[in-house]
Design a protein around this ligand. Structure first.
Ligand code: DGJ
Length: 284
């Protein structure tokens, strides 16, 4: 049944508590969409990755703080940004990738990995590293139709966007597959596939302030990527990409843009950020 989302608001759970899944991503398990994202301390350091679930994408039930400051000593003081969870069919495990910093500055530029046997269980932290020694900041993940897992992250001080193929269990990096827009200075990647075409949606790099989102397409993750082209208005309706959720209906698959309206733009803490969700349309 149709539901209405109030854009530009802090979503609340059935108890009236704000939903903190900033910079997040969604994985579908059975009839539930599970939404994971940042839930930060007042000083914006890492507090939790929190998980919520919904069947209708409007009513979100809090499930668990799946990663916490106690999950590992290196998370006691840290920044964990843009956590994304993917399900590995062959291992039956849920694997989380996130951008990790030390909580003081932005110099580590590492990717962090955590795993769980259940979607909203306590995730075991596997540590953080620079993928193939590359800097790694804004991050996303993607599972292809053939089961191959990919991680995308901003490299070289955010000037490049790297596509990595993951190891079979999704917990490591196997190969740098492509660096399609060197010098492009793009952040906030979201990668999805529609009718055999891969779409990479990104933002520019202006801190917490919104900017022009752009997208590129290819029929091959490893090459043949188009240039980045503008999409939406000049500020993505005052938001930045977090995730694109394919929603499989009975007749067609729709694609939901999930963006963050970061409170940092008005000097607020991340946990006061709003959500902006919009339908993506395709000209052909
Ligand atoms: C832009 C990134 O996309 C966000 O995730 C966040 O790291 C801000 N920069 C911080 O300025």
């Amino acid at each position: 049944a149709p539901v209405t989302i109030a854009n530009g608001t802090q979503f609340t759970d059935p108890n009236g508590e704000p939903v903190h899944a900033h910079g997040g991503g969604v994985v579908k398990v059975g009839e539930y969409y599970y939404w994971f994202g940042e839930n930060r301390n007042d000083d914006n350091t890492f507090r939790y990755v929190s998980a919520y679930r919904s069947t209708d994408l409007k009513n979100w039930e809090f499930r668990n703080h799946v990663l916490t400051q106690e999950s590992d000593p290196e998370l006691a003081t840290a920044n964990i940004e843009r956590p994304k969870v993917m399900y590995n069919e062959s291992t039956g495990q849920f694997v989380m990738w996130a951008h990790k910093e030390n909580g003081q500055d932005y110099s580590e530029a590492r990717a962090a990995v955590a795993v769980s046997d259940t979607v909203d269980g306590d995730y075991a932290y596997r540590g953080s590293f620079r993928p193939l020694d590359h800097m790694s900041r804004d991050i996303t993940v993607f599972v292809d139709d053939d089961g191959a897992g990919y991680m995308v992250s901003a490299a070289r001080e955010n000037y490049d966007l790297h596509l990595y193929r993951l190891t079979e269990d999704y917990t490591g990096v196997a190969e740098l597959v492509a660096n399609p827009w060197p010098g492009g200075h793009r952040e906030a990647p979201a990668l999805f596939k529609r009718d055999g075409v891969y779409f990479m949606l990104t933002s520019g790099a202006t801190g917490w302030d919104p900017n022009q989102q752009q997208y590129a397409t290819s029929t091959d993750l490893a090459g043949g990527w188009s240039e980045m082209r503008d999409v939406g208005d000049a500020t993505a309706y005052d938001s930045q990409t977090a995730w694109v959720l394919p929603i499989q209906g009975t007749d067609e698959t729709a694609y939901l843009y999930m963006g963050d309206r970061w409170a940092g733009a008005w000097d607020g803490p991340v946990n006061e950020s709003r959500y902006v969700w919009l339908p993506l349309t395709f000209p052909d």
